[in-house]
Design a protein around this ligand. Structure first.
Ligand code: GDP
Ligand code: MG
Length: 369
C-alpha cells in the first residue's frame, strides 16, 4: 500500500509536523514525525487542514514513458551493443583499448578520443558499439535497474589462467539476462597459454564452443599483440546477424545512461546509449530523477552532432542534475512533463530512504529495549 511519512506529508502541505501529529492523535493514532501513515489517512488529515488532495498513482506519472509501441514497418537494423566481461587481469581493458585504437569509426582517425564510457568501431562497413565502463559493475548495476543495454557479451578468458570464479559469475549474469556470449580466449601469445584447457573448462558451465561442436562462437586473441581482433569483430557481426537487431529511429528517443558526472566547466554531463528513436539537440529528456534540455551532443572524439540514432553512444550536455549510470532515459513532450516525472521519482526515492531509515531506527530501538 502507498504510505508517506508525517514529515513528508507536512512538507508537502507546508504545515507544521506537530499540527499533523495532533490531528492524528485525535484519530487515535499516537505517532512520531518519521512514522508513516497510509494514503487514506494522509488524505483525511490533508482535508482536515483545508487542503485539496490530488492522488497521483505511479501509473499516471510514468504513463507513456517507455511504452510507445513500434510497428514492424518502422524497424530498421541497428548496430550491436557489446560489453566485455571476465575475470580480473584476463585482459578486458587491454582488449577494449586494442579494439578502440585499431578500429575507431571512420572519420575519427587522428581525432583526440576521450573516454566517455562507450565507443563505436567499424568493421567491414558495419558499426559495433562497445560499452567500455568496467564491464561487470556497469552490467550488474544496469540489470538491477531493469535496463538491458547489451546485445552481446564478449567473455574474456586468459589462456594461461583459465576459467576463474568471476568468469563463472559473468556466465551466470549473462545467461540470466538472456544475452549471447562470444568467448575471447586471450593472451595466446604467452608461452604457457593453453586455449584447449579453457574450452574444456567452459563445458562444465554448459558453454560448448563451436570448435567442440557447440554454438558459442570463440576466437583466440592476443590483446597485447593485437592478434585476431578482426576475427573477433567478425564474430560479433555474425552473432548480431543472428539476433536481427532492429529499432525504430523515427520516434522520441529512449535509452540508458552509461555514465554521469559533474564537469567543472560544463555542468552535469551524461553519456547515454540511445536504444530506440533518435535523440536531438533541443530535446527535453528525463533520466531517473534528473531532467534537462539537450544543449549539445558529442561523440567520443568530441565532435558535436545534431542527433544520435539507435545504438549510438553520445555525451549529453544540458542536464539540470547529474543522472546515474543505469538510469533509463526518455524524451518527453515538454519541460513541465519532465519536471513532473523527475520530481515524482525524487519523491519516491526520498520516501523509500525515509521508510528504510525509520524501519532501521525501529529495529534498533527494539534491539535495545
Ligand atoms: P583486466 O583486469 O581484465 O582489465 O585486464 P588488463 O587489460 O588490465 O590486463 C591485465 C594484464 O594482462 C596487464 O598486465 C596486460 O598487459 C596483460 N595482458 C592483457 N592482454 C594480454 C595479452 O594478450 N597477452 C599478454 N601477454 N598480456 C596481456
Ligand atoms: Mg580492467
Amino acid at each position: 500500500p502507498e504510505t508517506i511519512t508525517i514529515q513528508e506529508l507536512s512538507n508537502r502541505m507546508a504545515e507544521r509536523g506537530v499540527d499533523v501529529i495532533k490531528l492524528l492523535m485525535k484519530q487515535g493514532q499516537m505517532l512520531k514525525i518519521n512514522d508513516t501513515i497510509d494514503a487514506d489517512m494522509a488524505q483525511l488529515i490533508a482535508e482536515e487542514l483545508g487542503h485539496t488532495v490530488k492522488r497521483v498513482a505511479e501509473s499516471d506519472v510514468e504513463e507513456g514513458l517507455f511504452r510507445i509501441g513500434d510497428e514492424d514497418g518502422d524497424l530498421v537494423s541497428r548496430p550491436p551493443v557489446v560489453t566485455i566481461m571476465g575475470h580480473v587481469d584476463h585482459g578486458k581493458t587491454s582488449l577494449l583499448d586494442a579494439i578502440r585504437s585499431t578500429k575507431v569509426a571512420a572519420g575519427e582517425a587522428g581525432g583526440i578520443t576521450q573516454h566517455i564510457g562507450a565507443y563505436q568501431v567499424e568493421s567491414k562497413g558495419q558499426k559495433i558499439t562497445f560499452i567500455d565502463t568496467p564491464g561487470h559493475e556497469a552490467f550488474t548495476a544496469m540489470r538491477s535497474r531493469g535496463a538491458k543495454a547489451t546485445d552481446i557479451v564478449i567473455l574474456v578468458v586468459a589462456a594461461d589462467d583459465g576459467v576463474m570464479p568471476t568468469t563463472v559469475e559473468a556466465i551466470n549474469h549473462t545467461r540470466a539476462a538472456g544475452v549471447p556470449i562470444i568467448v575471447a580466449i586471450n593472451k595466446i601469445d604467452k608461452p604457457d597459454a593453453d586455449p584447449q584447457r579453457v574450452r574444456t573448462a567452459l563445458l562444465q558451465h554448459e558453454i560448448v564452443v563451436e570448435s567442440m561442436g557447440g554454438d558459442t562462437l570463440e576466437v583466440e586473441v592476443s590483446a597485447k599483440q593485437r592478434l585476431n581482433l578482426d576475427k573477433l569483430l567478425e564474430a560479433v557481426l555474425l552473432q548480431s546477424e543472428v539476433l536481427e537487431l532492429k529499432a525504430n529511429p523515427t520516434r522520441p528517443a529512449e535509452g540508458t545512461v552509461i555514465e554521469g558526472k559533474l564537469d567543472k566547466g560544463r555542468g552535469p554531463v551524461a553519456t547515454v546509449l540511445v536504444q530506440r528513436g533518435t535523440l536531438k539537440v533541443g530535446d527535453i529528456l528525463v533520466a531517473g530523477g534528473a531532467w534537462g534540455r539537450v544543449r549539445a551532443l558529442l561523440t567520443e572524439s568530441g565532435d558535436a552532432v545534431r542527433d544520435a540514432g539507435p545504438s549510438t553512444p553520445v555525451e549529453v550536455l544540458g542536464f539540470q542534475e547529474t543522472p546515474e549510470a543505469g538510469d533509463r532515459f526518455a524524451v518527453v513532450e515538454n519541460e513541465a512533463r519532465a519536471r513532473e516525472v523527475a520530481d515524482y521519482r525524487l519523491r519516491v526515492k526520498r520516501e523509500k530512504a525515509q521508510a528504510r531509515g525509520s524501519a532501521a531506527r525501529g529495529s534498533l530501538a527494539e534491539m535495545m529495549s
